[in-house]
Write a protein that binds this ligand. Structure first.
Ligand SMILES: CC/C=C\C/C=C\C[C@@H](O)/C=C/C=C/C=C\[C@@H](O)CCCC(=O)O
Ligand SMILES: [Zn+2]
Length: 667
């Protein structure tokens, strides 16, 4: 079959049978400088007919793929994990449906993948087809074009790609046994959000496309495999290996395909939930997350049935870069949530909320990330309010607004990345990540809730939004239109017209309106903070542990967060705080994190080793990045920070290592 290729010299040459040896086109475009800029061969229909040039999918600036040509509807993986060379190797069958004329090629995203072959699958037959792999131009990785035979519209095909990942895949973290808690077996886990799936498998790496998936994963015996899917059992051991099977029947975007392999055990924590971790942590994790079913039920009472079947939790090694990740059926969590008193389980409520906002109603591209995270933060706090009382929901919202203020001040009031809907053209989503989509998004929804008359009016709208857009994707204009339509009869037109959507979506900086929350639970924190600030450095004897005996962990966190907004305390006063409240000895990572920041800001030299140790042990970016930045900002610890980073960067997840390198001006 002929297909026309292009090259940097402009010379056109035809892929004909003579190009094929053993079914693979000899022609790749390694020497084609145009490959990476989207000027790629389309497919020629009739002889001489104008071929369709690929000028990129306008719906998502972060992908090379062309879901407007073909759409992936299902992925079937057959992969083997090779821990010796740290690669996943095998094939993926992509079921695709023609969206365009049927005459275009299949365009996929890859990053650092070794593509061995491509073929059309018809029953048992594999018919090799040529492919063109572009260069790894930037964070978007390499464009992969699979040359397809001419087909008609509404055609369906299955394309098999044999490939392997690379040891430095940006979406995979490989740990040697000695890097794990149990130190007996190796460990692998993935993190794909936003655009790292392409480093794990060839795909249309855009949330605009949702696919089902199945998988057969073969590993050395003794290891357990988990995925963001329903487990379908494992096959009999064969030559020292064992294969696990999975099915995800709810269509999901590529970033929600997840895998973990390790020395894993589980405990049942509810009718549809198990918690998984290495054996040493599993009982502690079972205690910590015992409220999971109560959270699920609270969410279902507000936004409808949980459609994913099971809700399991996996507690990962401390290098996991985030607090949690909403992988369907299997939420990934950082071990920094294991405080021993369930005080940090709000992250579980957040990931549960994603089961509706984000995983069912999905942002169409990453510029509308607030539709995932702002809605989820809003729903997370409604779950908290339902379980603990409205004042706790409002207390968390105050905390969130403070973190938004910190982020906007750090980035700068006019930084385009403080817009709720930023332009991500040419930008790596990892560089755009921060609390703005979470907290400015939450602020918008809370403002709208107050505007329409409160939760009893707004909650039904939230559920209706989910019901209308579930299993689909949405953008910010979809929400604006939905909201206006929903309330156009029940809310005064002038009130609706008073919403400055453009300012909310497109203006940098803080929200365009002032948010007012119930501060009942912050009052005691503020009073104690004010007393410390107004007391002489020389005599702090009035303070004792009794001051915080009635404080919840959240109130201690808020007290420390408020102190961080004040002028740094001197070392003498910091000593006094620690004598009274023993924050240095806290097992709560959120408390310890803020306490260490206070000490570094107060230039308490003896605390530098503790701060460095915390930042390299707990590589959750929410913690390690601010501490590394604080250490780097103080000339006494600047070199130590750089040295610690260089010593540990190879143990870090890709996103952590690259973001820290930028923080420390090492990129
Ligand atoms: C405007 C930003 C657009 C796109 C950013 C999307 C993804 C960024 C990428 O770095 C991954 C983010 C993953 C987040 C996962 C979980 C968070 O909700 C955790 C938040 C912080 C924490 O608790 O550790
Ligand atoms: Zn989230």
């Amino acid at each position: 079959m002929a297909a026309e290729g292009g090259s940097s010299s402009g010379e056109a040459f035809i892929l004909t049978d003579e190009h094929f040896t053993e079914g693979v086109a000899e022609w790749t475009n390694e020497d084609d400088d145009d490959a990476h800029d989207g000027i790629m061969p389309g497919k020629e229909g009739e002889e001489g007919e104008e071929k369709k040039m690929d000028v990129g999918f306008s719906g998502d600036p972060s992908t090379h793929s062309r879901p407007d040509f073909w759409k992936v509807t299902d992925l079937a993986f057959d992969l083997t994990a090779d821990f010796d060379v740290k690669v996943l190797r095998g094939f993926v069958d992509l079921s695709v449906e023609a969206v365009g004329s049927g005459d275009e090629n299949l365009i996929l995203d890859t990053r650092d993948l070794v593509i061995e072959s491509a073929a059309l699958i018809r029953g048992k037959a594999e018919t090799p087809v040529p492919f063109i792999l572009g260069k790894n131009a930037d964070f978007r990785g390499s464009r992969l074009e699979i040359v397809l035979p001419p087909t008609k519209t509404d055609c369906k095909l299955v394309v098999r790609v044999h490939y392997s990942t690379s040891p430095h895949s940006s979406g995979l973290v490989w740990l040697r046994p000695e890097q794990t808690t149990s130190r007996t077996l190796p460990y692998l886990y993935s993190h794909s959000e936003a655009i790292h799936s392409r480093s794990i498998f060839p795909c249309q790496d855009t949330p605009a496309v949702k696919s089902t998936y199945s998988a057969k994963i073969t590993v050395p015996s003794g290891l357990t495999v988990l995925m963001s899917a329903i487990g379908k059992g494992k096959e009999a051991e064969d030559a020292g290996n064992v294969a696990f099977r999975f099915e995800q029947s709810v269509p999901i975007p590529s970033y929600l395909v997840a895998i973990a392999i390790g020395n894993l055990e589980s405990r049942k924590i509810g009718p549809r939930s198990h918690v998984w971790s290495e054996p040493e942590l599993v009982d502690k994790a079972a205690y910590e997350f015992a409220e999971t079913e109560e959270m699920l039920a609270a969410a279902e009472s507000m936004v409808g049935s949980y459609v994913w079947g099971i809700y399991d939790i996996l507690v990962l090694p401390p290098s996991f870069p985030f607090g949690g990740m909403e992988n369907p059926c299997l939420t990934f969590l950082t071990p920094t949530l294991l405080a021993g008193d369930r005080s940090l389980a709000n992250v579980v409520a957040h990931e549960i909320a994603h089961s509706w906002t984000g995983n069912l109603v999905t942002n169409r591209n990453w510029e509308h990330f607030w539709l995932n995270e702002g809605f989820t933060t809003f729903l997370e706090r409604k779950i908290k309010g339902k379980m603990m009382g409205e004042e706790h929901r409002q207390f968390s919202a105050i905390e969130g607004l403070e973190s938004l203020t910190d982020e906007v001040n750090r980035r700068g009031l006019s930084d385009p990345l403080t817009k709720l809907v930023p332009d991500l053209s040419g930008l790596d989503p990892d560089d755009a990540f921060g609390s703005v989509p979470y907290e400015k998004g939450h602020s918008l929804l809370f403002y709208l809730e107050q505007l329409v008359g409160g939760a009893e009016k707004f909650n039904p709208c939230l559920k209706a939004w989910i019901d209308k857009y579930k299993y689909q994707t949405a953008d910010s204009q979809d929400f604006k239109g939905f909201f206006e339509e929903y309330f156009h009869k029940s809310v005064d037109a002038k009130v609706l017209a008073s919403i400055d959507w453009k300012a909310w979506f497109d203006s940098p900086g803080m929200p365009p309106v002032e948010l007012k929350y119930d501060d009942t639970l912050t009052k005691a924190c503020t009073a104690l903070k004010d007393k410390w600030c107004s007391t002489s450095d020389k005599d702090c004897s009035c303070f004792t542990g009794k001051d915080v005996v009635d404080f919840s962990a959240a109130q201690k966190i808020n007290f420390l967060a408020q102190l961080l907004h004040e002028e740094p305390f001197c070392v003498e006063k910091l000593h006094a705080i620690d004598r009274a409240y023993d924050f240095s000895g806290s097992l709560n990572a959120e408390i310890k994190f803020r306490w260490l920041r206070l000490c570094i800001r107060g230039k308490w030299e003896d605390m530098i080793p503790q701060a460095v140790a915390f930042a390299v042990e707990y590589q959750r970016m929410k913690f390690c990045r601010p501490i590394f930045r604080d250490l780097y900002a103080w000339n006494r610890s600047k070199d130590l920070a750089v040295e610690a980073y260089k010593l540990h960067k190879d143990t870090m997840a890709y996103v952590t290592a690259t973001q820290l390198a930028k923080d420390l001006n090492l990129a």
